[in-house]
Design a protein around this ligand. Structure first.
Ligand SMILES: Cc1ncc(COP(=O)(O)O)c(C=O)c1O
Length: 468
């Protein structure tokens, strides 16, 4: 099969995907990796990855974007990370006492994130963010959690999933404890504190997202409001950490949260996450406290050494190379090329690559300028056919000029088909299957009668799909 596009078959992927649906609910561990996120019959099952490329089980190679839901910044199978992991694995990975890897990783991390005094590692970002909420509740003795409604995802914990459309199985009593505020809107935060005096344990937000940068003064203003209220400021750095800057968004924007959760890029795809923050908060989960102890991220696999070894090798790679600068440079070239292709076809109002260069997404609008799943799917279909796999254009430092040029070329060709659909006012006849759908929707299949209970107390303004 081919590396550069051409005739692609998805026969083996499709058979394996069917089998996955039989054996694994949703047919994929992660909803954002589901076959419903890809054009029908074009959901590749991956066999291997190398740098910025992946190969599926039919033998097709792709330039990949998204990079393991943004976890891979150095490229797939980055040799120094793989070697560090193999070396750690050879020495045994799970002991009855802490390992040298835990100490080394903690020292490295706290040098990287100087605003934090202590760190505890885990395996998933969700667990780290949920632990931050728990510590905040202990420290403040308050029960409400305020989450930024402008951001699509914080955790698999019920305190957050209860705010999404997919809230089945979460008691109303749990859902009632999470309230929302808007990004870049200090007024919405003040209103929340006024509405719930002395009840908000913490504010949870990303300091920035790919498409939403903080306005000057917003994060500092939040810091002031939180301090005045006596609650806890939590930055979710799971995407921003080591993708915006080595020291995360907190270092870049110069505002230090009380707690921050990290994951994704820490391990270049290996399972390692972290909760970091102020000593007086973190020690609530330790042994040097007189307060009732908080059960903080204590699991069998939390300190397993391959994830920690991966993190140490990633940290070393960031010392050797300005990884973020490389991602930003390549991302800029990609956006410029793709947007120029859209402009050349006169469809720049309908298709655009937007966002921070290290974390870009594409916007797909129909002939009337409305966000469109059909047009998104048509674009994905045409890109897959041309050897580009990605629900976004989230890049890595492994994407070479050649990868970017091939992608821009594919975008140019895909947009010719897109322009035809715009001209026709419909994707009919061009889109070969059903459109994709939001990852966190209430029902798997479309329903005719809208369910009034689908109305949520915390109204999201971005979807996980756009951010995947
Ligand atoms: C901003 C943000 N926070 C938290 C999480 C949860 O991380 P994990 O999937 O590692 O549990 C995600 C996952 O996509 C995320 O994007």
């Amino acid at each position: 099969m081919t590396r550069a596009g051409g005739d692609r078959t998805f026969a083996r992927s499709t058979a394996m995907q069917d089998r996955l649906h039989e054996l694994v609910p949703g047919g994929a561990h992660t909803y954002a990796r589901g076959s419903d996120q890809y054009p029908e019959g074009m959901a590749p099952v991956i066999a291997r990855g190398e740098g910025a490329h992946v190969q599926d089980v039919d033998g097709n190679w792709y330039v990949e974007y998204g990079m393991g839901l943004r976890s891979v910044t150095l490229g797939h199978a980055y040799p120094p990370v793989v070697e560090a992991v193999v070396e750690a694995a050879r020495a045994g990975v799970n002991f009855s006492r802490p390992s040298v890897w835990e100490l080394r990783a903690a020292e490295e991390f706290l040098e990287q994130v100087p605003g934090a005094d202590m760190v505890k590692f885990a395996k998933n970002g969700s667990d780290a963010t949920t632990a931050a909420v728990k510590v905040a509740r202990t420290a403040t003795g308050r029960d409400l959690v305020a989450v930024c409604s402008s951001h699509p995802f914080f955790s698999t914990g019920d305190w957050f999933i209860g705010t999404t459309e997919m809230d089945a199985g979460i008691p109303a009593s749990e859902r009632a404890l999470t309230v929302g505020f808007d990004f870049n809107d200090l007024g919405s935060v003040e209103a929340l504190f006024d509405r719930h005096p002395g009840r908000i344990a913490c504010l949870v937000l990303e300091a920035a997202t790919g498409t939403l940068a903080p306005e000057p003064g917003f994060l500092a203003g939040l810091r002031r409001l939180v301090d005045r209220d006596g609650s806890v400021l939590v930055f979710d750095e799971i995407i921003t950490g080591m993708r915006w800057a080595r020291g995360g968004a907190q270092g870049l924007y110069g505002v230090t949260p009380d707690l921050s959760s990290w994951g994704k890029a820490l391990g270049n795809g290996f399972a390692v996450s972290a909760l970091a923050g102020k000593r007086e908060l973190m020690e609530l989960g330790g042994l040097r406290t007189e307060a009732a102890r908080t059960f903080l991220l204590s699991t069998t696999n939390g300190p397993e050494t391959t994830g920690l070894a991966a993190y140490l090798a990633v940290a070393e790679a960031y010392r050797q190379l300005d990884v973020v600068a490389v991602m930003e440079e390549q991302g800029r070239k990609l956006a410029d090329g793709a947007n120029a292709a859209a402009a050349a076809l006169g469809i720049a109002d309908h298709f655009a690559v937007v966002g921070r260069p290290s974390c870009e997404v594409f916007v797909t609008r129909d002939h009337l300028g409305r966000p469109s799943q059909e047009f998104r799917t048509l674009f994905l279909q045409e890109m897959l056919e041309r050897g580009v796999l990605g629900q976004s254009f989230v890049i890595s430092a492994a994407h070479t000029d050649d990868d970017v040029e091939r992608t821009v070329e594919a975008v140019g060709e895909a947009l010719m088909v897109y322009a035809k659909a715009l001209g026709a006012g419909s994707c009919t006849g061009l889109l070969r299957g059903r459109p994709v759908a939001p990852a966190l929707r209430r029902f798997a299949a479309p329903r005719r009668i809208p369910d009034p209970s689908a109305l949520q107390p915390v109204e999201r303004t971005t979807s996980l799909q756009e951010e995947a």
